[in-house]
Design a protein around this ligand. Structure first.
Ligand code: ATP
Ligand code: MG
Length: 405
């Protein structure tokens, strides 16, 4: 079937007025850039719907782009037909015949925005319904939960038909909720935390700590590839790499093993908070989930969190690992995350990290370190790049592991 346009229904619009305008404006710009590869397609919007005029572009291809855009509740491919009752009947019969198998029920629902159309909604429903029954004598009409629902919209510009809804990504358009810094490791959790943050309309910048030569260039590439996976939902994402070798060595040399994890995380948090301030973001996001590992007891989180007053968002806090893995698979980050490139935390991981770090002890140990200078040197060494979906070097990773799979 050759569709003429796609009708998009907005997601959860709990807020009104100016926020609604912002929602629609941002969504429209995301839709426009996502479909910029289809030059003939054209976007228009009003306060309750958005439409993509396909002008010959392939619906299935455009659909693949739309399903990743937050702020879209659902969408439907729409067929335009001539503005007279005979043409409507013909088209509806064709559509229903295509979908009908023995035993299926149907219903016609009409919305008439153009009051000049000679028939009212009741008359249209009745006439078109009768035409369908005449064409398919076995079929039955059913008012509640029909198998085939045919919607007819009579507008000034023409008559439009649609039958099915495709579920959208829901959430809010990215950018309507401000910006946060995502602490992105090479693990399974933080990309998922990033995805859930983007879903709520919050733009993210990825901050990744790496420790060459202890961590390999591939570990850094992996973090960038994970960022590219998230870019699918955001258009593009700034990736900030922070050299962390000096800090990890200092901690290893000057403090006991059991506290190194806590101290390392406190440095990461401080540096991320500085970057947050410099880059005008409001919050920090992590992939922490209660109880998963030593750093993720409440005591430990409290000790790490103590270095900042900024909100620290933990979208995975109450999720089980299996739920997180399901989401990681859904956003296609899982296979990448489980590639065995060690990030800086694994390399320096202590044998027995303190699961209940004592804050007074933390303060005593930190007196041995020149915190300000260490933070400053790390910040002086950052690199920032903008990562887009196409930047993924994914294929290289899978090629390298092809013989292991
Ligand atoms: P993940 O799967 O996201 O690596 P994890 O289960 O390994 O998480 P931790 O190692 O305790 O848990 O890390 C907790 C969080 O700290 C991560 O989710 C991430 O937000 C942040 N983090 C850890 N390592 C790094 C890193 N190298 N760069 C940036 N952030 C990091
Ligand atoms: Mg990790």
């Amino acid at each position: 079937m050759s569709y003429s346009e796609i009708m998009i229904r907005y997601g959860e619009l709990s807020t009104k007025g100016k926020n609604k305008k912002d929602f629609i404006r941002k969504l429209r710009s995301h839709v426009q850039s996502a479909i910029s590869v289809f030059p003939k397609a054209n976007v228009r919007s009003n306060h309750d719907r958005m439409y993509i005029e396909l002008n010959g572009e392939d619906y299935e291809e455009v659909k693949e782009k739309l399903v990743n855009i937050f702020g879209i509740q659902s969408f439907s491919p729409v067929l335009q037909v001539d503005k007279n009752i005979e043409a409507i009947e013909q088209a509806v019969i064709q559509v229903v015949t295509e979908l009908y198998t023995s035993g299926k029920t149907f219903k016609i629902g009409t919305r008439r925005a153009d009051k000049d159309f000679p028939l009212d909604t009741m008359e249209i429903n009745r006439e078109v319904g009768a035409a369908v029954i005449q064409a398919l004598p076995e079929i039955e009409a059913k008012m509640k939960n029909p198998d085939i629902m045919v919607n007819i919209e009579i507008r000034k510009q023409g008559v439009f038909l649609y039958t099915h809804k495709v579920q959208g990504a829901a959430g809010f358009p990215v950018g309507t909720g401000g910006k946060a810094m995502l602490m992105l490791s090479g693990g399974i959790d933080s990309p998922v935390a990033g995805y859930l943050t983007l879903k709520k309309g919050v733009e993210v910048e990825a901050v990744h700590f790496y420790s060459p030569p202890y961590t390999s260039p591939q570990a850094l590439d992996k973090a960038k590839d994970l960022t590219a996976k998230l870019a699918k939902y955001a258009g593009s994402i700034h990736f900030i790499s922070v050299p962390f070798t000096e800090i990890q060595e200092e901690i290893k040399n000057k403090t006991p093993d059991s506290y190194s994890m806590t101290l390392n995380r406190r440095f990461m948090m401080r540096i991320t908070d500085r970057l947050r301030e410099e880059r005008n973001a409001l919050a920090i996001v992590t992939g922490e989930s209660i109880g998963q590992v030593a750093s993720q007891t409440l005591e430990s989180m409290a000790a790490i969190n103590q270095v900042t007053e900024s909100p620290v968002l933990r979208p995975l806090v109450s999720m089980d690992k299996t739920e997180i893995i399901d989401l990681a698979k859904k956003i296609d980050s899982y296979e990448l995350s489980i590639q065995p490139y060690e990030d800086c935390c694994t390399v320096f991981a202590p044998q027995r990290p303190a699961t209940k770090p004592d804050l007074d002890e933390v303060f005593r140990l930190e007196e041995k370190l020149d915190i300000d200078a260490l933070v400053q040197r790390a910040i002086d060494g950052i690199k920032i790049e903008k990562i887009k979906v196409e930047d993924s070097t994914d294929y290289k990773v899978s090629e390298m592991f092809a013989d292991l799979l």
